[in-house]
Design a protein around this ligand. Structure first.
Ligand code: F2R
Ligand code: MG
Ligand code: MG
Length: 375
């Protein structure tokens, strides 16, 4: 892949994530029924009307208006990118410090209800053990929220050149565990990072079948390893043999990929109720990351009322119409779509409307340089 194409994909991934968050956050927490495609198009029409192509910026009379805010999704992704760039690699203590300091500097970004405890404990212990506070969440069960997956996009960019699934898996696990130690949150972040990685490597038209097959193969391998570890521990504890058989529940992300594939390939657009009911739109990783992957795949096909929109735009708009955790599902779907279609697919008017787009472009260049020197 040429430098220009790959750099465009890096930029697309980071900017796509920012825009999904900024545009999606207006609808976070609303039921799909109360949103509807018209409302999302109206919101987007408004931001497009503020743009002046002659100056590639906002119209003169709109310049005093504040840019649309990003939320915790982008705040944390920024810290992941900055920490990887500053250290030319992963440093758990440094990243934990960045997450926590960023929160205390700017706490009103709509953070998850419990993650704030992690930031406080990290700070109080002066980041001595960056994994301990997260491991203590929910009586030691760990958070299963989507806060690990929503911020993970810089990791597959950083690891791109190594082209090593195991290396990417380990990097994502370490980054996620700083705040989320539940296997479902960790594997959700890994699933999202695989989707971004596949999109970075994609060219031409999206082949939903091939995309899902590779995603499923990768996540199945990961989930098998986790299951084996848990079973081994259980066997050692109770010395029971009956637990040996694997069930679909042992491989939740690999299993749900069958539904992603089915809904994305179906001729008619599945009903919103079917998607929200079967894939989900809530703040848990398991009920939102698959929905983001599905939104990206579905938007590569025709969607009624969005005929005038390109596939990147369709991804963001469609993801938001599903309701629920709209900023987070749109940020994850936007990262995948941006990584596939590149920065050229992202309208300039959208880019001019949100905070942090310029930083995302800068981080993309830095991660590109870094990943090419770490071959
Ligand atoms: N928090 C929100 N949105 C609501 C408020 C936004 C509003 N616009 C505002 O500004 O006030 N969005 C953000 O949170 C999600 C990511 O959450 P994260 O980082 O995973 O947080 P946390 O606290 O770890 O988990 C979230 C909640 O999930 C439940 N939960 C998690 N693990 C659990 C477990 N093991 N047992 C029981 N419950 C568990 C808890 O209720 C947690 O508070 C994103 O949507 C982001 O945009
Ligand atoms: Mg958010
Ligand atoms: Mg959210």
């Amino acid at each position: 892949m040429s430098k220009n194409v790959l750099l465009s994909k890096f930029k697309g991934a980071l900017v796509g994530a920012v825009l999904g968050d900024c545009i999606g956050s207006e609808f976070e927490g609303l039921w799909a029924k109360s949103i509807g495609v018209e409302k999302v198009l109206k919101s987007i029409g408004k931001l497009e009307s503020e743009y002046d192509p002659a100056t590639d910026g906002r119209k003169a009379d709109k310049q005093d208006m504040l840019l649309r805010d990003y939320t915790d999704d982008t705040a944390m992704a920024r810290s992941v990118a900055q920490s990887l760039i500053e250290n030319k690699g992963f440093d758990a203590k440094h990243m934990a410090k960045m997450f926590s300091e960023e929160y205390f500097k700017d706490p009103y970004r709509g953070y998850g209800g419990s993650i704030i405890t992690v930031f406080s404990k990290l700070k109080d212990a002066e980041f001595a053990d960056p994994y301990k506070p997260a491991a203590e969440q929910f009586d030691g069960e760990g958070s299963y929220g989507n806060g690990g997956a929503m911020r993970i996009v810089p990791a597959p960019l950083f690891a791109y050149r190594q082209n090593d699934v195991q290396h990417l898996t380990e990097l994502v696990e370490q980054i996620t565990k700083i705040t989320h130690s539940h296997p479902s949150a960790i594997n959700g972040a890994i699933f999202q990072s695989f989707a971004v990685d596949l999109a970075l490597r994609g060219s031409k038209e999206v082949d939903t079948g091939a995309f899902c097959d590779e995603l499923q193969k990768r996540i199945m391998e990961r989930e098998k390893k986790v299951t084996e570890k848990i079973k081994k521990r259980k066997l050692e504890e109770v010395e029971a043999e009956e637990d040996k058989e694997a069930t679909p529940f042992d491989f939740p992300y690999a299993s749900i990929t069958d539904d992603i594939r089915k809904y994305a390939l179906q001729d008619d657009l599945p009903s919103t109720e079917e998607i929200t009911g079967n894939l989900g739109t809530d703040i848990s990783a398991y009920r939102s990351v698959p929905t983001a992957v599905y939104s990206f795949l579905r938007a590569s096909k025709h969607i009624d009322k969005l005929e005038d929109r390109n596939s990147f735009e369709k991804t963001i708009i469609y993801a938001i119409t599903l309701g629920g955790d709209t900023d987070t599902i749109a940020t994850m779907a936007g990262a995948i779509a941006g990584a596939w279609y590149g920065i050229e697919a992202i309208p300039k008017s959208w880019q001019a409307s949100c905070e942090s787009v310029e930083d995302a472009l800068k981080f993309a260049e830095q991660l590109y340089e870094l990943s090419s020197t770490s071959e």
